[in-house]
Structure formats: C-alpha cells, structure tokens
Design a protein around this ligand. Structure first.
Ligand SMILES: Nc1ncnc2c1ncn2[C@@H]1O[C@H](COP(=O)(O)OP(=O)(O)O)[C@@H](O)[C@H]1O
Ligand SMILES: O=P(O)(O)OC[C@H](O)CO
Length: 499
C-alpha cells in the first residue's frame, strides 16, 4: 500500500533538486546539489548528462532520507526540468553521445540565420508557436548529429534517442525502458506542432532529423512508467512531467485563462495561461503548451528573459562585489536609487521581445560617483525591467484581442525571495505582486501533476485550494516615474543591440 507523499525531481539549470511534499502541499524535505557548468567556447554552455543523472538521483535519495520515508511511502514521482536543453544518447548502452547543449547555448546562431533567410519563420511560428532562435532544441540536435562522429548514421539506424532533460531522467529512472516526454517539453523543441499535438515535419525534414530519435509525447499527468526497483528498493510510479516554467504556472494554480506567473531563477519566465485556446502574439512572445492534466491541450503565452537571477551570480562570481546572492539586497538598498546607472545583462543575447542573439551586456550612465551599490541596484532593477517589458507585450496582445490586462502577478523562483526586487517589480508594473507561501512552485507543480496522475487529488479545485499568499507587494511611486525608468532602459537596450 503506497503512502500519501509525492516526490518532485526538479532538474534546473544550476542545480538538481528533489523535494518531498505531503498530500496537503507541505514541503517535508528537500535536497539540492549544484553541478558543473561547462563553457568550452564563448557563447557555448554544456552540462554533463551523467552528472545530471547522478546529482538528481543522489538528491532524491537524500530527500527521502531527510523526510524519514521509504520508497513505499511515495505515491508518485513528478519530473520537472530545465527546458530545451538537448540530450542525445545510445539506446543500447544508455550512454550519452555528447554533453547536453544547454538552452543558453548560442552556437547554432549561424544555422538559425540560414533558416530565417530561407523564410521558414512564419511557418514555424504558426506551427510551433516559437521563433527561430538557438534557444530551442532543433538546431542543437542538428549540431550534435553533424559534429559527433557517427551520430547521424547511428540515428538513421534507430540506435539513438533524443530528448529534453525530462526524457533523459525518465529513461534512466525506468532502467532504459521508457522514451517519452510531455507536451509542455515537446513544445520547446521547434519540432512540435502545438495545435495538432504531433511532431511537425518542417525542421525534421529540413535538418534531416530521423523520426526514430523522437520520444513519445503524452499529457503532463500520465502513467509514464515506474522506477527501476534497484534505484529506491521498490518501483515508484512516475505520473507527472512538465517543463519547469509550465510546472511553475501549474504550481501557482494559474488554471484559468488570464492568470500569470513570473519565475525569477537563472532566467525569468513570464507565462500567461490562455486555457484551451492558442493565442498569437504580435509582440514577440511565444505561444506554448501549458502543463496538461487530462486529454485537453492547454496553452500559454510566454516571455523569456535569458539573464535574470544570473546577473546576481555575475556580481558575485564575475565582479566579486558580493560573497553570496543574498547579500545583493543590502548592497542595493544602501543607496536610494541607481544614480542613473542602467544595466542591460545581455550576456547571452536578448530574448523576448527583442530576440537578438548577438546583443551583449552593457552598463551605461556611469559617473565618478557610481559605486558598487549603484551597479548592484541597477542589476536588480534590470531583472524587474526586463520582466516589465514582457508584461507590457502581454498587455498589448490582450488589448488587441479584447481581453483584460493583467490584474496581478504571481511570483516564484530563487530570486523572488528578494523583497527589494519584488517591490521594484510592483512599482514598475503598477499591479500587485503576490508571493505564495510555497515558493518552490516548480517542484510543487510537478508534484501536483504526479498526484493527479496517481489519482491522489480529485482535480484542479483541490490543488488550487492548496495555493496561499505569503506576501503581497503593492505598487508604490507614480506611473510617470515608472515610465521614465522604462524609457531609460529602452535607450540602454538600443546601445546593447546589434540589429
Ligand atoms: N536574495 C537574492 N536576490 C537576488 N537573486 C537571488 C537571491 N538568491 C538567489 N538569487 C538568484 O536566484 C537564482 C537561483 O534561483 P533558482 O530558482 O534556484 O534557479 P534555477 O532554477 O534557474 O537553477 C540565481 O541566479 C541566484 O543568483
Ligand atoms: O532552470 P531554470 O529554472 O533557469 O529554467 C530554465 C528554463 O526552463 C529554460 O527555458
């Protein structure tokens, strides 16, 4: 008889985390391990897939141990993951062919330029909801097949498997028995038709990607398989999978169209639920699949900022201004404003709504009076400013389609603990910012999906009742001040851009 706990495996860009939740949504135990970031060349980012697997497995075992639970106490496992990151492995040996190419990796920009020049953008936008950008998996997979000796021939013989990180973990967890993903992850590959709910032939043909590489696609709450008995002692059902941003939207109980969340992790990801209707953006946002609890496809609009909390890591590791991320708040609060300094952290190009892969970071407005505190404050402001531009794009789209502008924003992620940042965000947006009691909403979303897949929950209403506000940040300051700040930001962005 299985117990009433849920285990969420949250495989993020900077760390692997495992969290045990009780049925009523309480966080019972968690374990986390950072892993190596490989930067073989400027603009390239890779992860070792064996290290991802080992850190994920180790944290799962630690979390169970800390909770004082056995595998049989876990009703189900939910997987959530950094998205787009491209994995390729051998089906027979289970060994990766190469390190994973991480979503931040820009090496395929030349191929993307070629695809844009061939006029594929409109067709791909219509089918996949995405723009042609190195961010997504398709061109990364093409790079691997071209560059790893023998890979293309092996792929054509059906010997290789491609997947995002969820698929890789599922493969290893099930002892190499299940090669699958969910629609929210498939929707990030540039290879998936989000309305037809099937793989799309546009880039599969153009890039000669054999279909034998592809995982099966299922709803996010689904009986994906069981863990190999050798891993935890007894097999545990795996009944939930979602990309981390869609899992966070789900964990924030954004089940109704018009509800939105912003996650402040390495990057920032603003997602607006649009229900069973796919919306088109005229303002550079992506259409994507949301986590799906049953057979009905769910959609969302998304804006992605590539460097969010990572700018704070850069203050720590690149500049040495702070020793830990949490020190940034005190440093930034030691000055009343940024003293005219504006920081565009385009270290990996700019995402929505600019989509400029070649833009690079810029700090402008420096004077002799500028200090570390001004730069730290401008860095925090940059996270809120980039997110505000996304929200403005969403509101402009809403206005066009005659739907209401956003009334409030739910927030989560590692940097959402920063009160100063959250206040900046409310001031710039002019709407309340709501931080929930459980800020681990990504993991909670995965656990919720797994709980639904395992029939532990009666439905979405029960999950929604578990979401509670911890703190509400009301906007302060005038709209004119916010507009002036945004105008300075746009000017600085122009200086950082190449096109
Ligand atoms: N107090 C803080 N203020 C601002 N940023 C922070 C703070 N604490 C952590 N961060 C940032 O949050 C990010 C980690 O958030 P997390 O949600 O764990 O990321 P991910 O899921 O992308 O690995 C890091 O980039 C870190 O710099
Ligand atoms: O690992 P995170 O939380 O920064 O999320 C990464 C995103 O899924 C990339 O699209």
């Amino acid at each position: 008889m299985s117990g009433g706990y849920l285990l969420a495996l949250d495989q993020g860009t900077s760390s692997s985390r495992s969290i045990v939740f009780s049925r009523d949504g309480r966080l019972v135990a968690q374990a986390q391990q950072e892993f190596t970031q490989h930067y073989p060349q400027p603009g390239w980012v890779e992860h070792d897939l064996e290290e991802i697997w080992q850190t994920q497995l180790a944290t799962a075992r630690q979390a169970l141990q800390q909770a004082g639970l056995q595998a049989q106490d876990i009703a189900a496992i939910g997987i959530t993951n950094q998205r787009e990151t491209t994995c390729l492995w051998d089906r027979r040996s289970g060994q990766p062919l190469h390190r994973a190419l991480v979503w931040q990796d820009r090496r395929t920009e030349p191929l993307c330029q070629q695809l844009r020049a061939e006029g594929l953008a409109e067709r791909l936008r219509e089918r996949t909801g995405l723009v042609i950008d190195p961010y997504f998996s398709a061109t990364k997979l093409a790079w691997l097949l071209e560059q790893v000796p023998g890979a293309r021939a092996a792929a054509e013989r059906g010997e290789l498997a491609f997947g995002t990180v969820d698929s890789w973990l599922l493969w290893r967890l099930t002892g190499g028995r299940v090669h699958a993903t969910d629609a929210s992850n498939a929707a990030r590959t540039l290879l998936f038709d989000i309305e037809r709910d099937a793989w799309d032939d546009t880039l599969l043909e153009r890039l000669q990607l054999p279909t034998a590489l592809l995982p099966a696609v299922h709803p996010s709450a689904h009986p994906f398989g069981h863990t190999d008995a050798a891993l935890f002692g007894v097999p545990i059902p795996i009944t939930g999978i979602a990309g981390d941003q869609q899992a966070a939207l789900f964990g924030q109980a954004c089940f109704r169209p018009g509800l939105a969340k912003n996650t402040y992790g390495t990057g920032c990801f603003l997602l607006l639920a649009t229900g069973s209707e796919r919306r088109h953006s005229q303002h550079g946002l992506l259409a994507t699949r949301a986590a799906q609890a049953d057979a009905t496809p769910q959609f969302a609009l998304e804006g992605s900022v590539f460097i969010g909390g990572a700018v704070v890591q850069w203050l720590r590791d690149g500049l040495g201004l702070i020793r830990s991320s949490s020190e940034v708040q005190a440093l930034a609060a030691s000055v009343p404003d940024s003293g005219g300094v504006c920081f565009v952290p385009a270290f990996a190009g700019l995402g929505a709504p600019y989509w400029d892969a070649d833009a690079r970071g810029a700090i402008v407005g420096l004077t002799r009076g500028s200090s570390a505190a001004h730069i730290a404050r401008a860095a925090l402001e940059s996270i809120a400013l980039q997110s505000t531009v996304l929200l403005q794009a969403m509101n402009a789209d809403a206005q066009r389609s005659g739907t209401a502008a956003l009334q409030e924003l739910r927030v989560d992620g590692g940097a959402a603990v920063n009160d100063l940042l959250m206040q900046f965000q409310a001031d710039l947006l002019g709407i309340p910012v709501l931080r929930p009691q459980v800020v681990e909403t990504t993991a909670f979303g995965a656990a919720g999906l797994a709980g639904l897949g395992a029939d532990l929950y009666s439905g979405l209403d029960e999950l929604a009742s578990l979401w509670r506000v911890d703190r509400r940040f009301e906007p302060q300051g005038s709209r004119a001040q916010a507009a002036e700040h945004l105008a300075r930001w746009e000017q600085a962005v122009r200086q950082a851009r190449t096109r």
